[in-house]
Design a protein around this ligand. Structure first.
Ligand code: HEM
Length: 192
């Protein structure tokens, strides 16, 4: 959530597009709810793009090789602990065009072209030990972020861009907490 908001504050044109999508699909007579999520593809693309650039668990969880195997030409003995560097894959210029650019539209283009993300995007891991909470997480994050966009106007506290320095640790958090200015949207004031 914090990374999404930080990126939106630094890219007001993306924020405007997300506001327009919510205004068109939901309006201001009622608050965004869970059933709207399938009708808000741009909002979902913002979340995917945030998780691509700033995966919550950049190395996923440690995995243990139950039996010996080969990975990318390397022999892995049974019992080895393996880490998958999801951050490196998701930010690899050989895999993604301009990976350093925040561009939610890339997911819309892929959708149109019918190209799947496959193992290029795996903020929730993949396979049998992938995150069982993925569906729930995408809905809840969409609902919260969508509500924040619908109900408030967001701005940076100063003209300087939000500092995107990453903190250290197993989870990818911001180095400093995000500071932002907001005021409520007059049309949804009664619904709050
Ligand atoms: C944005 C939110 C979330 C992210 C980014 C996330 C990410 C992940 C990742 C990367 C893994 C490790 C997958 C692997 O190593 O292959 C994982 C595992 C797991 N997650 Fe999540 N998760 C999220 C939310 C949730 C929620 C809401 C739940 C429960 C309701 C949940 C439950 C679990 C469990 C139980 C595992 C361990 C699965 C196993 O080892 O078999 N997660 N998650």
């Amino acid at each position: 959530m914090e990374w999404s908001l930080s990126l939106l504050l630094n890219h007001p044109e993306v924020l405007k597009k997300a506001q327009a999508e919510i205004e068109y699909q939901v309006g201001h007579e009622r608050l965004v709810d869970e059933s709207d999520m399938t009708q808000l593809p741009y909002l979902q693309s913002i979340i995917k793009e945030t998780l691509r650039m700033y995966p919550l668990a950049p190395l996923l969880l440690p995995h243990l090789a139950a039996s010996e195997c080969m990975v990318g030409g390397f022999h892995i003995p049974a019992g080895t602990t393996l880490f998958v560097n999801a951050w490196a894959i998701q930010n690899d210029p050989n895999v993604w065009e301009e990976p350093e650019r925040f561009k939610p539209e890339r997911f819309e283009e892929e959708e149109e072209q019918g190209t799947r993300n496959g193992l290029r995007l795996m903020p929730f891991g993949s396979g049998r030990r992938g995150c069982p909470g993925e569906g729930l997480a995408m809905r809840v994050v969409g609902l919260v972020l969508g509500s924040l966009i619908q109900c408030f106007y967001w701005e940076r506290p100063t003209i300087e861009k939000v500092d995107m320095t990453k903190g250290t640790g197993f989870n990818l958090a911001r180095a400093q907490p995000l500071l932002a200015k907001c005021r409520s949207h007059p049309a949804v004031f009664d619904s709050l």
